[in-house]
Design a protein around this ligand. Structure first.
Ligand code: PLP
Ligand code: COI
Length: 364
């Protein structure tokens, strides 16, 4: 039996930002710094299921210090964006894909499954009430939406929580990388791993990002913007970056990305690029990719471009890969194919072209 759809109680924020305050925020939103006037919370209790869906003023949570999430990290999250189209309407991009991935992450972390329709409806509720926060598309601004689920039960035993809270917050954002489309340098770590076989690499759980920080900071020390992880065992297969998937473009127009191995995130931007690339005449290839093959291929001109992709970072050209041994810079430094793919994705997201794939869904 399909559970009944949740109904949302609305508690409007009496202290919502004024239009002048909002204009100030939108004049330079940064990334994940400012949040909208509201948030959505839904509670899950063992035996009762999901209940108490509420749209309420954005504000601090009241959490018991013994809440399991604070001790054992039983937590998952998602990231998607709402885009303003030229006619002023606001659209989501493939939100059901985030909902499905959220269910897979929940299953891995022993958290309860939230229905796809309820997930998407919670996002729509927040975007609807805070639609004035969706920026104009200039400067690639959008509203970044962060749904997450935490083990809020106050209990110190190590077991799956019997009370869980689902929350959605949203933040108007500009570009994630200040480098923009000039290209980012990537540090390839030979020391730190993000995930291993049987681990949580394919789940979008907070711990993966905590585990990536040490390598990320090692990258900063070497002048790089992001870090690329190689498989934990064998130290050979390229996986993904700390918060993005990776692609290479060959001279003979194939679009190569590491296959989903169970240790990397099944990116929605990645999936969209594989489909759009095929339509643009590139041959999409998901396969095992060795780090040495990437470096040699860049050196001998087999790989002419590289880029990273994700919801937050969109698509950024990779100007070079660095290791302790050296650095490799793709010859195609004008990033022509990367930028063409980037435009094709953004044109759909911002409604500047016909949505041939049916990926956008109108909220307001
Ligand atoms: N890989 C990791 C580790 C990520 O955090 C993200 C961002 O969500 C991605 C890949 C890209 O996924 P998506 O395109 O669904 O945002
Ligand atoms: C996203 O792209 O949505 C992410 O979660 C990545 C994170 C680095 C912000």
């Amino acid at each position: 039996m399909t559970p009944m759809a949740l109904t949302f109680e609305l508690q409007p924020n009496p202290h919502a930002r004024t239009e002048a305050e909002l204009a100030q925020v939108l004049s330079d939103p940064g990334f994940g710094t400012y949040f909208t006037d509201h948030m959505v919370t839904i509670t899950w209790t063992k035996g009762r299921g999901w209940h108490s869906a509420t749209v309420k003023p954005y504000g601090p949570l009241s959490l018991d210090p013994s809440a399991a999430v604070l001790h054992y990290g039983q937590e998952i999250f998602e990231g998607l964006k709402a885009y303003r189209h030229p006619d002023g309407s606001v659209h989501l991009f493939r939100p059901e894909k985030n909902a499905e991935r959220f269910q897979r992450s929940a299953a891995r972390m022993m958290l309860p499954s939230l229905g796809v329709d309820d997930f998407v409806e919670a996002v729509r509720q927040l975007v609807t009430i805070d639609a004035r926060y969706v920026p104009a598309p200039e400067g690639e601004q959008s509203l970044y939406i962060r749904p997450f689920m935490i083990a809020s039960e106050p209990f110190l035993g190590v077991r799956a929580a019997e009370e869980v809270t689902f929350i959605v917050i949203a933040s108007p954002v500009g570009p994630y990388f200040s480098e923009g489309i000039k290209g980012v340098d990537i540090w390839v770590t030979d020391e730190w791993a993000r995930a291993g076989a049987g681990g949580t690499g394919a789940a979008k759980c907070g711990g993966n990002y905590a585990a990536s920080l040490i390598a990320q900071y090692e990258g900063y020390e070497h002048g790089c913007t992001q870090v690329m992880f190689i498989e934990a065992t064998g130290k050979d297969r390229v996986e993904e970056l700390g918060g993005m998937n990776v692609f290479l473009v060959t001279a003979d127009a194939t679009l190569v990305t590491p296959a989903l191995s169970g240790t990397i995130l099944d990116g929605i931007t990645r999936d969209s690029i594989l489909a759009i690339g095929a339509r643009m005449g590139l041959e999409p290839v998901e396969r095992r990719l060795a780090a040495g093959e990437v470096f040699d291929g860049i050196a001998d001109g087999t790989f002419v471009e590289a880029f990273c992709c994700g919801t937050a970072a969109v698509i950024s050209p990779i100007s070079g890969f660095k290791t302790r041994e050296g650095e490799w810079r793709p010859h195609g430094q004008d990033f022509a194919r990367t930028l063409a793919i980037r435009d094709a994705v953004l044109d759909i997201q911002y409604g500047r072209t016909a949505d041939a794939f049916g990926w956008t869904s109108k909220v307001v």
